[in-house]
Ligand binder design. Sequence first.
Ligand code: ZN
Ligand code: ZN
Length: 410
Amino acid sequence: MKNIEDLKKDYADLLVRAGLGIQKGQRMLITSPVECADFARLCAKAAYDAGAREVILRWRDDELTRMKYLYAENDVFDGVNSWDVDLLDTLSKEGAGFLSIYAEDPESLKGVDPDRIMRAQIASGKALADYRARQMRNDCPWCVCSIPTAAWAKAVFPEMDEADAMARLWDEILSACRVSGGNALADWKAHSDELQHHVEILNKYNFKSLRYKNSAGTDVTLELPEGHFWAGGEEKSTSGIKFSANIPTEEVFTLPKKDSINGRLVATKPLSHNGTLIEGFWFDVRDGKIVDLHADKGEDILRDAISVDEGASYFGEVALVPYDSPISNSGILFLNTLFDENASCHFAFGEAYPNIYGSENMTEEELKERGVNFSMTHVDFMVGSRDLEITGTTHDGEEVPVFLNGNFAF
Ligand code: ZN
Ligand code: ZN
């Protein structure tokens, strides 16, 4: 058995090779909390071993971010520093690899003025629109991963002391990422191929519409755009590099036709968004648009989140995750979207991934005609449950069970 330090190195290597597919001569940007510096160094070393030309760091710190929201001058939140835009534009244009270590304290911005958060989001959404479009189109390989931080681990395991909570969260992460067995690259590849199997079945059916129903209260119908495809596991950048945008991942996903969703979507897990927990929420949706919502906790943050622009109140993703996935079976509420979304069927409001054949040669207008939603935001939220049923209807009118009792029916 490998020890934990060796497994961390394997995980870093997996992120660099399978997550980003780093090529000789390519640059890599790591966005990381300062607390995770040790792990960021392992990733940098793995990247240089893979032939990276240069590794560039972009540090984050929850406490400094919180301080800024509390004390910085008010108009700071209406702009974005040009050098930050320049960094992301330059690197995404040259096709660098983007690694994000996402390990936020789920309530790091609790109590901060929501108006400041919303203005900052709108300002960065506008300034980074080109960068975001390149990322959504997969012009550059990108990968989001998570490692424990003290605040996050304590939020997930409040009954443990800090050291135990950190160790336990590491165990859960390494196992969800198929690193624990000691053959990370091969085990990840096998998992990715399994996801491809469901992708192929769904693409063969080419469903016209889907209906979701469960006892939590979700009852919704939606259409899928003409020429859509499902994806999952390994993806390919526009320059042909194989990468995995999320490690771990358990989902296969596509996009809904923008104006086609009708009914109610009820969240089955809390959502940590902009450093605030949103709990017990639902959306009523008419012709694709959220027309009413409620949250037991964090409702003002949720209202702001769907109001940052026109597309934020429409949807951009439907993703299927079996209720019996390993992350779900751990029974742990991770309070971190990368993990919780991979334990549950989910939707995202906001920007759609343009999963449409030939989309790289379509204009924004042509994509909109197909029903692709555009927005500066993209927020996943979880609707899966043990009794979720999803029925697909083909273009010939045949009804096919897609999910039964929370799991794939095929
Ligand atoms: Zn997703
Ligand atoms: Zn998403």
